[in-house]
Ligand binder design. Structure first.
Ligand code: ADP
Ligand code: F6P
Length: 351
């Protein structure tokens, strides 16, 4: 069956390169003579929640997408639409797609978004996924839109933080994103020569990291950087933050959770430093302009997604393996197990 129209949506956390992928989808659809509909706010747009049709589903003209290609963020907007896990909600989305004469959908997002695409495929609707997440938690592919950009943002930030640390002879704690995946932290740490990295994949203790920092101080390094992945707190052995801080004269709420700021405070006291600063890099990792690597992948992936739908191939996700853009079944891709680079992690922490 030829495609009357194709839809495209972005879902989950926004990631640099999403707009570039939409631009490529639009140019490819135009080349093959297929009208393109942009679905707004992830799967929400398919549920027709807005009073105005254009707020949910918008025809994407060439002029519009050419303007957004290099922009950070996602023009289509994104959202987490938790009810999309329910079959009756998926069926409602299917109805919208049918009413709009959309015959195929390109879903740009992470593993959750891919599960949504898989659900639609199981209802007989053709979908293709493009990996879009800064976290690098899709192990079937060597690249996902935004990861390279996020790492580069962290490297730039950490270099600046290390310049201040050097000027003041102060260590720093830097928290980066990645949800349950420590790849951004590890790659940023190794790329900046940071002395300590803490990741959710490796159980750790506060006392152990303090010992590492003390060893750095003893070797004459007064400005070590501790890069922590945001998910690392879940892998931390129990630590009585309240007792530790209050016994060192620092106010603290009972049951207060560990955070980068609190962790820097603890490190400073355990290691007898005058100061240790915490920096949380946050949204600048997601809201940055895509690097050349992310943009180039977006360009190829967007075109491949449209070609696959045009050729009647569906239920696939696009990725990169051995430097080549490829595709494979969604189900198979979601089963690939992540391997954490423990050797590199140990190397960073040992030097
Ligand atoms: P990511 O795609 O980055 O992993 P999320 O895990 O937040 O981000 O998922 C994005 C969206 O994908 C969810 O808000 C929901 O709309 C959809 N989704 C997630 N899991 C499922 C599922 N099991 N079935 C159907 N849709 C899902
Ligand atoms: O999945 C991308 C990501 O930025 C994660 O690294 C982070 O844990 C999460 O999204 C934060 O989501 P939000 O800012 O939308 O709450």
């Amino acid at each position: 069956m030829s495609m009357r129209k194709i839809g495209v949506l972005t879902s989950g956390g926004d990631s640099p390169g999403m707009n570039a992928a939409v631009m490529s989808v639009a140019r490819s659809a135009a080349l093959y003579g297929i009208p393109l509909i942009g679905v707004k706010r992830g799967y929400n747009g398919l549920l027709r929640k807005s009073s105005n049709l254009k707020d949910d589903l918008q025809e994407l003209t060439m002029e519009l997408v050419l303007d957004i290609a290099d922009e950070p963020g996602t023009y289509l907007r994104t959202a987490r639409c938790l009810e999309f896990k329910e079959k009756k909600v998926q069926e409602k989305a299917l109805k919208t797609l049918k009413n709009m004469q959309i015959d195929g959908l390109v879903v740009i997002g992470g593993d959750g978004s891919f599960r949504g695409a898989q659900a639609l495929c199981n209802l007989g609707f053709p979908c293709i996924g493009i990996p879009g997440t800064i976290d690098n938690d899709l192990p079937y592919t060597e690249i996902s839109l935004g990861y390279d950009t996020a790492v580069n943002v962290c490297v730039e930030a950490i270099r600046k933080i290390r310049a201040c640390s050097r000027s003041h002879d102060r260590p720093a704690v830097v928290e980066v994103m990645g949800r349950h995946c420590g790849d951004i932290a590890l790659t940023a740490a190794v790329s900046t020569g940071s002395e300590i990295v803490v990741c959710p994949e490796v159980p750790w203790t506060v006392e152990g990291v303090a010992l590492q920092l003390r060893n750095q101080l003893d070797r004459g390094n007064t400005r070590a950087t501790i890069v922590v992945a945001e998910g690392c707190w879940e892998a931390m052995a129990p630590f009585d933050l309240y007792s530790f801080l209050t016994s060192h004269g620092k106010p603290c709420y009972p049951e207060e959770p560990m955070s980068a700021v609190r962790f820097a405070s603890v490190m400073k006291r355990m290691c007898g430093m005058v100061e240790a600063r915490a920096n949380v890099i946050g949204y600048v990792q997601r809201g940055a302009e895509p690097t050349a690597r992310d943009s180039a992948f977006a360009f190829e992936a967007g075109n491949l997604a449209v070609r696959l739908l045009r050729d009647g191939i569906s239920n696939q996700v696009i990725g990169m393996q051995k430097g080549q853009v490829m595709y494979m079944p969604i189900e198979k891709a979601l089963k690939v197990q992540k391997k954490f680079n423990k050797e590199l992690f140990d190397l960073v922490n040992s030097l």
